[in-house]
Design a protein around this ligand. Structure first.
Ligand code: NAG
Ligand code: NAG
Ligand code: NAG
Ligand code: NAG
Ligand code: NAG
Ligand code: NAG
Ligand code: NAG
Ligand code: NAG
Ligand code: NAG
Ligand code: NAG
Ligand code: NAG
Ligand code: NAG
Length: 529
């Protein structure tokens, strides 16, 4: 406390000192100041400043510099993304007409000099993606014109100074990926104009203060990847302007307050990887006309899938995976025509995959793995030509794989592992030219593996273990599967023939499992076994 007071008084003192000095400054001061900055830049590999920042050119024409048209003082400095390495000198505080400062995407390091408190006209500050360190400066809180402060991806420490919440014009505060600690200050409530707040990826501890709900203009609240615990306060539902509510990767408990399903402007709700429990209310979508992403995976939610999800008609991503949901997958999901990703895996869902899923013509990822789903794959699924990932492993699915599987030409990840599929694997599988993962192990397929399988050059991982089919490794496997990394064929009951020598040309191969089958011949030495 005493320390805080001392630094506050010191700041006041500096303010006085410099305000009187300011009167005598002119454009030469600005030029000297920038030359002082240049002298602290130890590396400028693309020679941005070398060439342009010199005395024979007016400072107002230097690269990255903009002057006020009337009084010819430097009002904006934009050195973003120039690969500069260096420090900010104390003199930098002499650039008193500066309104906008962007040093983002460089390698600036060290502390920010306290003298910068003199930059009273600053409205926009972007220091993102640098290596600034030290305590996050409290004096930003004295820059009362500040609207945007972006310190993303630096190494600032300490706690968020409550002075920040005194800046009445502050609209954007982005402190993503630093090493800030301590509680989220209650004073946030008093920043009337705050629209964007991100504390993503710090070490914030404690709970989410209910007072947050008084920051009524807030549109984005991003507080993921911290160490927050306790409940999500009911009062969050009062943030009527919220678009994005993201609290992933924390340790939150309790149930999801139903009040948030009353925020009609919300587009993103992300609560993945917490310990939230309770169930989801039926009709939660009744007041969410523009919700695009709802991600609740990796929690302890239970109960049935809520009814009325189809009212979230703009939904693009729905993730309920890794919870304890049970009961059926409602066929109304088939009405979410904008859905691109649907993750329902690792729950206790029962019943069938509804035929209506085939109406989701924009679907890219479909995960229903590790549930207790029965029946066969609805043929309608093979209509979804955009599908890239189909995760069905660990269910009780049965029936044949139809020839139409060849329609899924964008498929990259096909996991059918551990079900009760029967019949032959259709030759049409050869049309899945982008297939990287093919896992059909632990099923009851019969017949023989189409040799065309070995012509899918994108394949990285193929798992054929424990299926009752015959297969022969083609002699030219080394050239037809150039990308193969892992090949599992153990207990493939009828793997016959020899191991082709060319397999040693599969240079990315790390795992080859062939135990317990009828292959003859030696494994080529070159494989290093
Ligand atoms: C700036 O002020 C200094 C004295 O404070 C003076 O010597 C100099 O000529 C001035 N420069 C311009 C460009 O007015
Ligand atoms: C910045 O201002 C201080 C105080 O007025 C002065 O001592 C210093 O020389 C100035 N630096 C430059 C580079 O003009
Ligand atoms: C200004 O001086 C630098 C060297 O200090 C030189 O490289 C550059 O060509 C000069 N520019 C002009 C426009 O005279
Ligand atoms: C700064 O420069 C970057 C890259 O040239 C540009 O994207 C950005 O809009 C500029 N302006 C500000 C205020 O940062
Ligand atoms: C930085 O520059 C690189 C290459 O010039 C470009 O790819 C990247 O998009 C730029 N980033 C920003 C934020 O301007
Ligand atoms: C802050 O900077 C980062 C990196 O340049 C950028 O991705 C992010 O969008 C900025 N934050 C805001 C709120 O504009
Ligand atoms: C920001 O930092 C995080 C980790 O500190 C890193 O994962 C991320 O890639 C960085 N962002 C950018 C745009 O470099
Ligand atoms: C906020 O501003 C008021 C008056 O402008 C001042 O009295 C108070 O000390 C400031 N609080 C902080 C934490 O800076
Ligand atoms: C929100 O602000 C009002 C009025 O300033 C105050 O009475 C109330 O306690 C605040 N709410 C919270 C949750 O802090
Ligand atoms: C889940 O969140 C915790 C922090 O609460 C983090 O340490 C962990 O890496 C996250 N897990 C995953 C899989 O992202
Ligand atoms: C949602 O809002 C309606 C009307 O605005 C209100 O009657 C209802 O109680 C609210 N529900 C929750 C859970 O906050
Ligand atoms: C598969 O594609 C063929 C031709 O492209 C089309 O006639 C057929 O209807 C498709 N079948 C399914 C189930 O989508």
């Amino acid at each position: 406390m005493e320390k805080a007071l001392r630094s506050f008084l010191l700041t006041l003192l500096l303010l006085f000192h410099y305000t009187s000095a300011m009167i005598r400054t002119n454009v030469s001061t600005d030029q000297l100041t920038l030359l002082s900055l240049k002298s602290q830049i130890s590396s400028d590999p693309f020679h941005y400043l070398d060439e342009s920042w010199s005395l024979n050119i007016s400072v107002c024409h230097w690269i990255g510099v903009t002057c006020h048209y009337r009084h010819q003082r430097v009002k904006s400095l934009n050195l973003s993304n120039m690969t500069l390495t260096g420090k900010i000198p104390r003199d930098f505080g002499n650039l008193t007409f500066l309104i906008s400062l962007n040093l983002g995407w460089n390698n600036f390091h060290g502390n920010l000099p306290q003298e910068m408190v003199r930059l009273r006209r600053l409205e926009f500050v972007d220091l993102s993606l640098n290596k600034f360190s030290g305590e996050v400066p409290s004096w930003f809180g004295f820059l009362d014109q500040l609207q945007v402060l972006n310190l993303t991806n630096n190494s600032f420490t300490g706690s968020i100074p409550s002075s920040y919440f005194n800046i009445s014009k502050l609209e954007t505060l982005d402190l993503t990926s630093n090493s800030l600690e301590g509680q989220i200050p209650k004073e946030i409530a008093s920043v009337e104009n705050l629209r964007y707040l991100s504390l993503y990826g710090n070490n914030r501890i404690g709970t989410i203060p209910p007072a947050l709900s008084n920051a009524s203009r807030l549109e984005t609240l991003e507080i993921s990847a911290n160490l927050l615990e306790g409940n999500i306060p009911e009062e969050i539902g009062n943030l009527h302007n919220l678009n994005v509510l993201s609290i992933r990767d924390n340790q939150l408990t309790g149930s999801i307050p139903f009040t948030i399903f009353n925020i009609s402007r919300i587009q993103v709700v992300a609560f993945t990887n917490n310990s939230l429990s309770g169930n989801l209310p039926n009709g939660l979508c009744n007041r969410l006309p523009i919700l695009k992403r709802l991600t609740l995976s990796r929690n302890k939610l239970h109960g049935h899938m809520p009814t009325g999800l189809s009212n979230c008609s703009q939904l693009q991503l729905l993730s309920l995976s890794q919870n304890d949901f049970d009961g059926p997958i409602h066929s109304e999901i088939g009405r979410l025509s904008n859905l691109q990703k649907l993750y329902l895996g690792s729950n206790h869902f029962t019943g069938i995959i509804p035929q209506q899923i085939g109406n989701l013509v924009n679907l890219v990822d479909l995960g229903v793995e590790n549930n207790q789903i029965t029946g066969s794959i609805p043929i309608s699924i093979f209509n979804i030509s955009s599908l890239q990932l189909l995760l069905l492993r660990g269910n009780n699915l049965s029936g044949f794989l139809p020839r139409e599987i060849g329609n899924l030409t964008k498929m990259q990840f096909l996991y059918l592992h551990q079900n009760r599929f029967t019949g032959e694997i259709p030759k049409d599988i050869r049309d899945l030219v982008e297939l990287e993962y093919f896992d059909v192990g632990f099923n009851s397929f019969s017949g023989s593996l189409p040799t065309e399988m070995f012509n899918i050059s994108a394949l990285r991982i193929m798992l054929l273990s424990f299926i009752n089919i015959s297969a022969t490794l083609p002699p030219n496997i080394g050239s037809t599967l150039p990308n193969i990394e892992e090949l599992y064929m153990s207990s493939l009951t009828n793997l016959v023939g020899t191991i082709p020598h060319s397999i040693s040309n599969c240079s990315k191969l790390t795992t080859l499992e062939l135990s317990e089958n009828k292959l003859s011949g030696l494994i080529p030495n070159s494989l290093g076994y």
